[in-house]
Design a protein around this ligand. Sequence first.
Ligand code: XIL
Length: 343
Amino acid sequence: QTLKQALKDNFAIGTAMNAWQITGRDTAATRIIKEQFNAIVAENCMKSGRLQPEEGKFTFELADQFVEFGEQNDILINGHTLIWHSQAPRWFFTDEEGQDVSREVLIERMKKHIHTVVGRYKGRVATWDVVNEAILDDGSYRESKFYQIIGEDFIKLAFLFAHEADPEAELYYNDYSMAEPGKREGVVRMVKKLQAEGVKIDGIGMQGHIGLHHPEIREFEKSIEAFADLGVEVMVTELDLTVLPSPWDDQGAEVSKNFDYEDKMNPFPDGLPDEVVDAFNARYLEFFGLFLKHRDKISRVTLWGVADQHSWRNGWPIRGRTDYPLLFDRDNKAKEVVSHIIQ
Ligand code: XIL
């Protein structure tokens, strides 16, 4: 049995794809994707800086190949992401003198970007992460250039432009730290407002970059429930589980209590010790147990990558580490936890 077969009555199971996988050079990962997953998302190639590095010059080669891969293999395609403060090109916000553009100009640029991208894949990319990471952990709006120049309306406008370009596409809001109570409340507030204004928003993506001890699973569950109560789909969109301490969550961590993350970049040079593997398995199973419990609310669970060697978590939040966050190991073999998820 494969992951997608085992989970098919519960939710779609997806993965992010990087350039090597999209172009077919990483044959091992590409084989795993076809075998195990029924949803894909572009890890980087659909971000605004990649699609429109210069004003009016769109580069669609990789994104086109990504969409073709999904179509050829009958896989659900998610577009990530139209409006995000990060990995956006500098020109987007500035004029020739390097000054911030006016509200009108930025709205026009947003509109052109969204219309061009969503329009190109109309009827082919089923779902879009329209806005990514607009709200902070305390529930207030992030002071991004979009927010500073346009105000909170940039969110509504992004959804309206996406809807204009493909009325059939499902439109999502995506963010991290969704288990934080303040963030949860801020997202609920924002979505309610959009709904009250008649804006089409179909779902909320919870990124799910988790650790062994953070977040508290009960807080994650409360957010699933709060988001589902809004009448939208809930998705876990970027799941990975770091076994390394993070600057903000290593206090109480059993496995990494005495770990000095400044000095010891790679605490497990010979691979993960048994007790860390046990903790890793238990944590993944706890979360998959939660997703299954709420399968009536959750439409998709997407891993942020296939195998450990490619995970962005080797470089985040600290560069140059060796992490083990995904379901397939550095030999592209399914980890033990996969057999438990499938059971
Ligand atoms: C990450 C990619 O995985 C990296 O390759 C890239 O260098 C930076 O972005 N939240 C998101 C994702 O929504 O787009 C980010 O992806 C991870 C955090």
